[in-house]
Design a protein around this ligand. Structure first.
Ligand code: FRU
Length: 502
């Protein structure tokens, strides 16, 4: 590889998002805030930048922006690959893995048993613990602790349930090809009793993976708490490939009852638009929330990629970024309970940056208006569009006038879209060049957008994060302009401000 090609390839390395130094990653695992830092473990191939040798990589951050990579935390061996899972702080040493002076962190992960194991072909749940705050881990001698003899039983998310019926550990995991979430309970993290199961329901166009279950107050009201069940699925997302759906309902300590089930059983995929999605873009998968986030916040990170083309995206020596960490909240909107998402820690505040470009108000009329002085390849853009007579309006990011990524709204269709067909490198996989859309309605006549552009991604939070679209792009390093556009008439832009890192 020539020096100039190497520079071009490395120019995709994200500035605001985590990516491993020189290896492959997929799902975030074991997210926990502990010892004053955020721990991000992740599905990692420690020796290559394609999927394989699955182990848990590890990074920490004080602020969800600046990450430090650490040595592999839990490594695969001849017996097992270490698939996805979660970590809890076992503060009262219920597991007995602690000492008189140190309570353990306990990881629950899926052992994907290999040919070297007596359990070959089975996926079952196993434990490891750490007494040094999450940096070194010891596998439990009696693994696996929960084995159903299934080849598709994976992705345990453990949390502490405290409710009217008691206080105990709950594990939720999937029977992936049955489109089922299964719930178990335990007092010691080692012995698990079945509580209930959920599914199939709503989207079933692909295997169910990486579930999560957590309570959230509706519109911040502590007297009105609902439970959110997140089910990632692959493929079968609203714009094809990997995606995350969610259900809102109640959990009584045994059973999750969904109040948002539209269709029960295994469906044909025609009703995808009726289900609730964490994100409508093509690159937001395996989303899962942190344990013990400060101030009771519900913070999530996802893998910013799609299994359709994950192993082929044109980055090197690393492959796949994580999303920004998002804070999730629950709201009653037009008679529906819906999640809203916003970036958990404002990267501009963490970086000490102020906007470099501001526009109080401007009308765009049948034109593409390049914003002078706003160019960059890592930006956060906030703005509001109020439709005039235009049939379509929006912005173009990472553009040089020839290539660009278009973020557009078509009010008559009630939709927002991201068009990356001409975003730069797209031909590394046949399904990458896409135009993907989501339903979007005006609020008080306007559309508010918050857009994070990084070297290889665009994350769009629309209408206060009620709708999000997250996608990878691979533009030329020289495509740095930002433009506003309107076709077929006028649209007014107000309150635009832009922060730039590069
Ligand atoms: C989701 C997933 C999980 C599994 C892991 C393996 O992307 O398929 O179900 O645990 O990746 O890397």
């Amino acid at each position: 590889m020539t020096a100039s090609t190497a520079t071009t390839v490395e120019s995709f390395r994200p500035a605001l998002h985590y990516a491993a130094r020189n290896t492959w990653l997929n799902d975030p695992n074991g997210l926990i805030h502990h010892g004053g830092v955020y721990h991000l473990y992740y599905q990692n191939n420690p020796v290559d930048n394609v999927w394989g040798n699955m182990s848990w990589g590890h990074a920490t951050s004080p602020d969800l922006l600046n990450w430090t990579e650490h040595p592999v935390a839990i490594a695969c061996d001849e017996q097992e690959d270490i698939f996805s899972g979660s970590i809890v702080f076992d503060r009262h040493n219920s597991s007995g893995f602690g000492t008189a002076t140190a309570a353990p962190l306990v990881a629950a992960y899926t052992s994907a048993f290999k040919a070297g194991s007596a359990h070959h072909g089975v996926q079952a749940q196993s434990l490891a613990h750490s007494l040094d705050g999450g940096y070194t881990w010891t596998k439990h001698a009696s693994n696996p602790v929960l084995n159903r003899g299934s080849a598709e039983f994976r992705d345990p998310k453990v949390f502490r349930y405290e409710g009217p019926v008691g206080s105990y550990w709950v594990m939720i995991a999937v029977e992936a090809t049955d489109f089922q979430v299964v719930l178990y309970k335990s007092d010691n993290l080692k012995d698990w009793d079945l509580l209930s199961s959920f599914g199939p329901a709503n989207a079933t166009g692909g295997v169910w993976e990486c579930p999560d279950l957590f309570p959230l107050p509706v519109d911040g009201d502590p007297e009105n708490v609902k439970w959110v069940l997140v089910v990632n699925l692959n493929p079968g997302g609203p714009n094809s490939g990997s995606a995350g759906q969610y259900f809102v309902g109640d959990f009584d300590g045994t059973t999750f009852t969904s109040g948002t089930t539209v269709t029960e059983g295994v469906q044909d995929p025609d009703r995808l638009g009726e289900y609730q999605w964490l994100d409508w873009g093509r690159d937001y998968y395996a989303a899962v929330s942190f344990s013990d986030a400060p101030d009771n916040r519900r913070l999530m990170i996802s893998w910013m990629n799609n299994w359709q083309y994950a192993n082929e995206i044109p980055t090197s020596p690393w492959r796949s970024p994580m999303s920004l960490a998002r804070e999730i909240s629950l709201h009653a909107v037009d008679g529906r309970l819906r999640l809203a998402q916003r970036v958990a820690e404002d990267p501009a505040t963490v970086s000490g940056l102020s906007p470099v470009f501001e526009l109080a108000e401007a009308t765009v009329s049948n034109e593409t208006l390049v914003l002078d002085g706003a160019a960059g390849s890592v930006q956060h853009i906030d703005l509001t569009f109020t439709p005039g007579t235009a049939e379509e309006f929006g912005l173009v990011v990472r553009t040089d006038g020839t290539e660009g990524t278009r973020i557009g709204i078509r009010p008559a269709d009630g939709r927002i879209f991201i068009d990356r067909r001409n975003s730069g490198l797209t031909d590394f996989h046949e399904s990458f060049a896409s135009i993907d859309s989501a339903p979007l309605l005006p609020i008080d006549g306007s559309y508010q957008l918050s857009v994070y552009v990084d070297h290889c991604s665009v994350e769009i939070f629309a209408q206060g994060g009620l709708v999000t679209l997250t996608e990878l792009i691979f533009p030329s390093a020289t495509s740095t302009d930002v433009a506003l556009y309107a076709t077929g008439g006028t649209a007014t832009v107000s309150g635009l401000n832009l922060t730039r890192w590069a």
